[in-house]
Write a protein that binds this ligand. Structure first.
Ligand code: URA
Length: 192
């Protein structure tokens, strides 16, 4: 049976198509990459935009960065099925260029709706695009690994797995920050 939350998420997905959001991106992409995982998850991960593999498979983080993300989830005893993973921008930007400010802005409203349905305890932003969507004044280099409360949500800024993949120092920092997730979640649960 489809859960109520999943049905709500399906409606948001359909509304992106019906609203004809970013028609240029939509026409160049194979498909909309909306999100994947548990619609009732305590943890939501938000990346930047789909890449080539995600565009082809219709799921976020299924390429090299996704494999690394899966490994880090395993490290803290979780599986993709236990969390929810999405991106700010839901169509692949051509040639993997950075999403434009107006593309991020137009998709933010749908991302907010996704979060309203899922109601996660912790929102993990992956990379600066995702962080700055919610908290435009923060620098990822200074704020990574430190949870913060903002507008009724708890965010944990992390480096993007694709950026950290081939950079030894950043990779270890991301792994160390990721390892804090269970402790942060536990604290949130104790105080909420
Ligand atoms: N990078 C992202 O930001 N999102 C994906 O889905 C894949 C790679």
């Amino acid at each position: 049976m489809v859960s109520t939350q999943q049905a709500e998420l399906d409606k948001i997905k359909q509304s992106i198509i019906d609203d004809n959001v970013t028609p240029e991106l939509a026409s160049a992409a194979t498909q909309l990459v909306f999100g994947d995982g548990d619609p009732n998850a305590e943890l939501v991960f938000i990346g930047e935009a789909p890449g080539k593999n995600e565009d082809l498979q219709g799921k976020p983080f299924v390429g090299a960065a996704g494999k690394f993300l899966n490994e880090m989830l395993e490290m803290i005893g979780l599986d993709r099925k236990n969390v929810y993973i999405t991106n700010i921008v839901k169509y692949r930007p051509p040639n993997n260029r950075d999403p434009l400010p107006e593309e991020k802005e137009v998709f933010l409203k749908y991302l907010e709706k996704q979060l309203e349905v899922i109601k996660p305890k912790l929102v993990v932003t992956l990379g600066r695009h995702s962080l700055n969507c919610f908290l435009p004044d923060l620098q990822i280099s200074l704020s990574h690994g430190r949870p913060l409360r903002f507008k009724g949500r708890v965010f944990l800024p992390l480096f993007h797995p694709a950026a950290a993949l081939y950079n030894g120092g950043m990779r270890q920092t991301l792994i160390d920050d990721f390892a804090k997730i269970p402790i942060i979640l536990k604290k949130i649960k104790l105080t909420s």
